[in-house]
Structures are given as structure tokens and as C-alpha cells.
Design a protein around this ligand. Structure first.
Ligand code: NAP
Length: 302
């Protein structure tokens, strides 16, 4: 029997494991893919206090090693079901079943899709959801970024340094991104803003050839690009526990700032839960809070 099972080895989950281990609890972390969560796709983190400019990959690696060195067990298995068995929680993965006194859901978010023709077929063949992972393949090319949040604008900035020309396509004429990032982007001479416009079709046989965009008035335009970077937000990864946990209309786990879910002994931390600010620093803060709530719950029952 574990004390704390954590679903997800991103910043929230790994921070929970650190706090759990420092309270001398037996901790198991499950990760379906690779550790670090979305932060590994960020080239340079400029808003993490006291560590300006740290690379997302270095940050995630340090966090992972810290969790491991403190004695967290980490298994690369996909959680498929969580059951509340009154005295314990039963967590089932693609490889087995595990008992735990508490569970912390820290499964984060996945990329939102545009849901348009050509998107699925050309993903990995010109269509990407990660500029810092794939941008280097498009050196000297014309590319487009779609979205108006921090990710889209940061992706566009990054691509401006590598590519010949970057089109930033956004469905409104206002951005959600931080103003400082927008101001920085406006200084570049190889960016073209295409506003009040949606990408409506992605064309190509074996590789992306051109995209079709449609503005608010219904006018269509074709743009030749070899890369399209889609950065239109995230959707919470909740399919493995939506049967027992209360979610809001957008699919985020309903909790208060204490990270408690509707089930005693199950907590949610980081991007997967209802939050007003989804940042590295707030995910880690949740991780600490959820772990300490789990520890309190375990100690009160031992
Ligand atoms: P986001 O802030 O939710 O922005 C998503 C953008 O995509 C919005 O501009 C939205 O348009 C647009 N969009 C959504 N669905 C669309 C669709 N179907 N078609 C076209 N456009 C669509 O997402 P994000 O940029 O991935 O950021 C996620 C969170 O991480 C945010 O809280 C963000 O601040 C944070 N983040 C922070 C940093 C940093 O601090 N350095 C870096 C990256 C991300 P509308 O604006 O019209 O809704």
C-alpha cells in the first residue's frame, strides 16, 4: 500500500512527490509519456522567480532528479482508472493495479486541436503543436503560428529567429498574451499579423503545402508555409478519472485552493484543476498544498 499515488510527473506532480517524501510518506508517481509536462517545450523560462532564463528542459530534469533522489518511485505507466474503495484508493494502469491511501491528480493538459481538414493527416508532416521542439526543422522557411495567448506569441518570437517569415494568425484583434511579449514581437521585421482570421483548411499531400485562412468578412486567402504551429490552448487530461471526480463545464477538476476534490483523500494539483492562473509557479504551489493535505489526511487516519 502506498501513502500517496500521484498521476502525472509534471511540475505539480513532481513537487507533490518532493513534499510527500519529505514528510516520509511512501510515494509513487505515474507518468504516461515523459516527465516534465508542458514545461519541457518552453525554451527559456523568464518568469520563474530567481531563475530567469532557465531552460524548460533543464528545469524539468532537475525537478525529476530531485524527486527521484528523495526516494519517489516513478513508473512510466498510463493510469486508466481510479476507484474509491473506502479504506483505500485503487489505481489501475495499463500494467497493473496499485493501492494507495491517497491520490493526487496532476495530469495537466493536452494541446487543443483546431479540428479542421488536414490537421490530423499532416500532424508531424508540417503541422506541429510545439515550436521549441520542431522549429529547427523550418530554418529559413515561411511558417505560421495560430493563437493569441502566451504560447502562440512566444512560439512566434522563437520562430522569428529561425525562419524567413512568420505569419501570426489570430481569430480576434486582441491578444491574451503578456504585453511585453507582444511588444517584443512587434519589433521583429519578419512577422506578419493576420488578425480577425481563422485557419480553415490545411493542404498538402505528403507534407504541408499551404493553408487557407478566412477572415471575419468571409474572405479567403491561401498562404504558402512549410510549417504550421498550432497554439490555441490546452484541454485538461481527465479521461481516466472523470467517472468519479467532479469536473466543471470545461472539464477542469473542481477544487478549492486546498486542492480537495469531491472525494476524500483525492486531490488535484496544477493545470488540471479549476484555476485563474496556470503557470509553473502556481502548479508547483498546488503540488505542495495537495501533498500536505494528503499527509494531513493520512496522519489523521493512522
Ligand atoms: P491560452 O492562453 O488559453 O490561449 C489560447 C489562444 O488560442 C487564445 O488566444 C484563443 O483565442 C485561441 N483559440 C482557442 N481556441 C481556438 C480555435 N478553435 N481557433 C482559433 N483560436 C483559438 O493558451 P496558451 O497560450 O496555451 O496558454 C495556456 C496557459 O499557459 C495560459 O495561462 C498562459 O498564460 C500560460 N503560459 C504562460 C507562459 C509564460 O508565462 N511564459 C507561456 C506559455 C503559456 P481567444 O483569445 O479569442 O479566446
Amino acid at each position: 500500500m502506498y501513502d500517496i499515488i500521484i498521476v502525472g510527473a509534471g511540475p505539480a506532480g513532481l513537487t507533490s512527490s518532493i513534499y510527500g517524501r519529505r514528510a516520509l510518506k511512501k510515494v509513487l508517481v505515474f507518468e504516461a509519456l515523459s516527465y516534465g509536462g508542458q514545461i519541457v517545450n518552453t525554451l527559456k523560462i523568464d518568469n520563474y522567480p530567481a531563475m530567469p532564463g532557465v531552460s524548460g528542459f533543464d528545469f524539468a530534469s532537475k525537478l525529476f532528479n530531485q524527486a527521484k533522489d528523495l526516494g519517489s518511485e516513478i513508473k512510466f505507466e498510463k493510469v486508466i482508472k481510479i476507484e474509491d474503495k473506502e479504506d483505500f484508493k485503487l489505481v489501475t494502469t495499463n500494467k497493473g493495479s496499485y493501492k494507495s491511501k491517497t491520490v493526487i491528480l496532476a495530469s495537466g493538459c493536452d494541446n487543443r486541436k483546431l479540428g479542421i481538414d488536414g490537421e490530423e493527416e499532416l500532424t508531424g508532416k508540417g503541422v506541429s503543436y510545439c515550436a521549441t521542439c520542431d522549429g529547427a526543422f523550418y530554418k529559413g522557411d515561411n511558417v505560421a503560428v495560430v493563437g493569441g495567448g502566451n504560447t502562440a506569441l512566444e512560439d512566434a518570437l522563437y520562430l522569428c529567429d529561425i525562419c524567413k517569415k512568420v505569419y501570426l494568425i489570430h481569430r480576434r484583434d486582441e491578444f491574451r498574451a503578456e504585453k511585453a511579449t507582444l511588444d517584443e514581437l512587434k519589433k521583429r521585421d519578419n512577422i506578419e499579423f493576420i488578425l480577425n482570421t481563422n485557419v480553415t483548411k490545411i493542404n498538402g499531400e505528403d507534407r504541408l503545402d499551404f493553408i487557407e485562412v478566412t477572415d471575419k468578412m468571409g474572405s479567403k486567402r491561401s498562404i504558402d508555409v512549410s510549417g504550421l504551429f498550432i497554439a490555441v490552448g490546452k484541454i485538461p487530461e481527465n479521461e481516466n478519472f472523470r467517472n468519479i471526480i467532479n469536473l466543471n463545464d470545461s472539464g477542469y477538476v473542481e477544487t478549492g485552493e486546498d486542492c480537495h476534490t469531491n472525494i476524500e483523500g483525492i486531490y488535484a494539483a496544477g493545470d488540471v484543476r479549476v484555476k485563474s492562473l496556470r503557470q509553473l509557479v502556481t502548479a508547483e504551489s498546488d503540488g505542495a498544498v495537495a501533498a500536505m493535505e494528503a499527509v494531513k489526511y493520512i496522519n489523521s487516519r493512522d
